[in-house]
Design a protein around this ligand. Structure first.
Ligand SMILES: O=C(O)CNC(=O)[C@H](CS)NC(=O)CCC(=O)C(=O)O
Length: 276
């Protein structure tokens, strides 16, 4: 399977982000991608929750989703939109942080709402409270396609290995980890966590990332780590996109999934134990 990781520096303006995303998706298809994956919150990165709620809309009305569905159909690719901020109908106005897998017919083959919320103080000056802006999901999603079986996750979910294990045990061959990782935690944890999830599950891991300096709000700029990564089931990094926006192509030999699991079948070796 020939896959493309799209790396973006999405701004807080969905209308400005859309042509950039479409251009990179088209380039990936021209380069022969059968599968394309984009980062978390492809349509809008902002530290201002009120702004996000003002500019983002429902799935039915979202222009990014509509345009990318058209692109998937025109280009004949499977397109994973890592996530979009989508109005969820929640009474308190919170959005869903929702990933979509679009088929080459333009149809929505799967959707996934991010389960784990990044409510974290990473340093004295840097705090995130994702649950204030987003309503968490509560359902893991495996999407069976003619290309591969994909496990859908989003960003901070990466720190919850039980989710990835459940997806691997349900048959996932490729774990998708779209992200907008913080620079501080990215530097320390991003690559090692992605490699660990691949090794533990015997899955390929494809992680498309937001990168660089995003729109500032209230005098504070939001920055992200970049380094979209592809990891093979044995744990090797097979592509690293660095920190510039763009397209990274990678060819996956899905036979490596069975090969890795054949060598170390830990996914089938769970044992019951008493709680500590
Ligand atoms: O805010 C939005 O609009 C969309 N959500 C995100 O970008 C989220 C919450 S701020 N980012 C992460 O989960 C980063 C996780 C991370 O950096 C880590 O686990 O270390």
């Amino acid at each position: 399977m020939r896959a493309a990781l799209i790396q973006l520096t999405s701004s807080d303006d969905p209308a400005a982000n859309l042509p950039v995303t479409r251009g990179l998706v088209a380039r990936a298809a021209t380069d022969g991608a059968e599968f394309v994956t984009t980062p978390e919150v492809t349509n809008c990165v902002s530290a201002d929750r009120a702004h996000q709620q003002r500019v983002l809309t429902t799935e039915e009305d979202d222009p990014t989703l509509a345009a990318l569905r058209e692109d998937a159909a025109r280009l004949g690719v499977w397109l994973h939109i890592g996530s979009l901020g989508i109005a969820s109908g929640d009474a308190d106005g919170r959005l869903a942080n929702r990933g979509f897998l679009i088929g080459p017919d333009g149809g929505i083959a799967a959707r996934y709402d991010k389960i784990h919320m990044f409510d974290v103080q990473v340093s004295e000056t840097e705090t995130y409270r994702e649950s204030a802006g987003y309503r968490p999901g509560d359902r893991a999603v495996l999407a069976q396609t003619p290309l591969a079986a994909f496990g859908l996750t989003i960003c901070y979910d990466l720190r919850f290995p039980q989710l990835h294990r459940a997806l691997g045990q349900a048959g996932a061959e490729v774990l998708l980890v779209p992200a907008a990782f913080s620079p501080l935690t990215g530097q320390a944890h991003w690559e090692v966590l992605l490699r660990a999830r691949a090794i533990e599950t015997g899955c390929f891991v494809l992680a498309a990332a937001q990168t660089g300096q995003h729109t500032a709000s209230a005098g504070r700029a939001r920055r992200t780590h970049g380094h979209s990564l592809a990891v093979a089931p044995w744990g090797e990094v097979i592509a690293d996109a660095g920190t510039a926006p763009g397209v990274t192509m990678v060819d996956l030999d899905l036979g490596q999934v069975a090969e890795a699991r054949g060598k170390v079948p830990s996914l089938t070796h769970d044992r019951p134990f008493d709680a500590p």
